[in-house]
Design a protein. Structure first.
Length: 145
């Protein structure tokens, strides 16, 4: 199957994520979003890139892939991770990160030459009422080359 990149709006990306992301809702905002489509032009995956969620990493030179969702088409995730890296570099950002749950293998990230940068413990169970967080899960922070 031949895949190609397409531009997607935040609204399109959010709608796709609402249906296909396994455990998180769509993000609130973004710097840019990229989609992958099949030969017929059908959207099969999206990536949303924005400012880092962790305030300590939000230095004006770092971006984060905040969501990546796919319908399960092979190679779509690694294609989007690589495209996000190229786009971030073209926009003069110096660093691109993302997170996975510790139990996820990171196969698509490794295929796009990303490397594990940090193992993070689960978040504590507390959260403010207006910003509920996912129940604590150990995570891996990945960094693009």
């Amino acid at each position: 199957m031949s895949l190609h990149l397409i531009p997607v709006s935040l609204a399109e990306a959010k709608a796709f994520i609402e249906v296909f992301h396994r455990h998180l809702p769509p993000p609130r905002g973004h710097k840019f979003s990229i989609g992958a489509a099949d030969q017929a032009g059908v959207l099969i995956a999206v990536a949303v890139v924005g400012r880092p969620v962790a305030r300590g990493l939000d230095d004006g030179r770092t971006l984060e892939v905040t969501r990546l969702a796919t319908d399960g088409t092979p190679n779509a995730c690694s294609m989007l991770y690589a495209a996000c890296r190229r786009a971030a570099r073209a926009l003069a950002y110096e660093r691109l990160i993302t997170y996975t749950r510790a139990e996820e293998p990171g196969t698509s990230l490794r295929a796009a030459n990303w490397t594990p940068a940090a193992a993070l413990p689960p978040r504590e169970d507390w959260h403010p009422p207006r910003r509920p967080r996912a129940q604590g899960s150990a995570r891996i922070r990945w960094e693009a080359p």
